[in-house]
Design a protein around this ligand. Sequence first.
Ligand code: 13P
Length: 261
Amino acid sequence: MKKKIVAANFKMNKTDEDIKKYFAVFLDRINGLRNKTSFNDFDAELIFAPPFTSLSETHKIIEPYMDFIKLSSQNIYSEKSGAYTGEISIDMIKSCGCVYSIIGHSERRNIFKESDELIGKKIEAVYSGGGMTPILCVGENLEIRKQNGQEKFVENQLAVGLNYIKGRNIPSLIVAYEPVWAIGTGMPIKADDGEAMHGFISDYIISSFSIGELRVIYGGSVTEANIKELMGKPHIDGVLVGGASLDPQSFHNIFKLAAAQ
Ligand code: 13P
């Protein structure tokens, strides 16, 4: 049975000091929950993607909870090593305790001009790390959505993003469907529209690639107010939360509501 995912993308927020304060509160709440409920009943996995600078500190803090709290980077570069000033490789994040890496977030695509081609190479690099799983982000902008072109657009992002692994047996993949118009806007997707896109993504991947375990998660203005409805949809396997993950109490509430489905 697939484990649901509740993931936090801290983006460019929090120093090590902030991380220590955050987890002091968050883990206190989690321990409280743990005492009340059997954790196996939750059937959910928590993932944290702090900035590169806090991967090791976060790993140290969450290590005792590694059975259900996992670490992700927000990005990597596609090459293994070499003269790439300012970049970070898959082996480097693995050595910090990561088992996931977010790849192709729309902020990387739009602000840092990452191409589908580069994202495809990064996906291949994640798998070359051994035991690592990418969280491949896809999603259309508002103009495309208004023209009802979201399926074609996302299909193309998936086809190019997964091009280098075509024909290979892939044990595990996470796709984060994050429509650009929903990120940081307070305008989440309607749960039924999300369900339709997640069903589409899942059908496309299953029919085109050989993936052992596929989970399709949603990102874009997820809060305590909409988490239950989103998680109630059969094709929504979890969430990737930005803004609302920055406050430990609020992210704990999101996890509690998501895991209790
Ligand atoms: P918000 O939750 O702030 O909309 O961000 C979503 C996101 O980009 C997660 O990767």
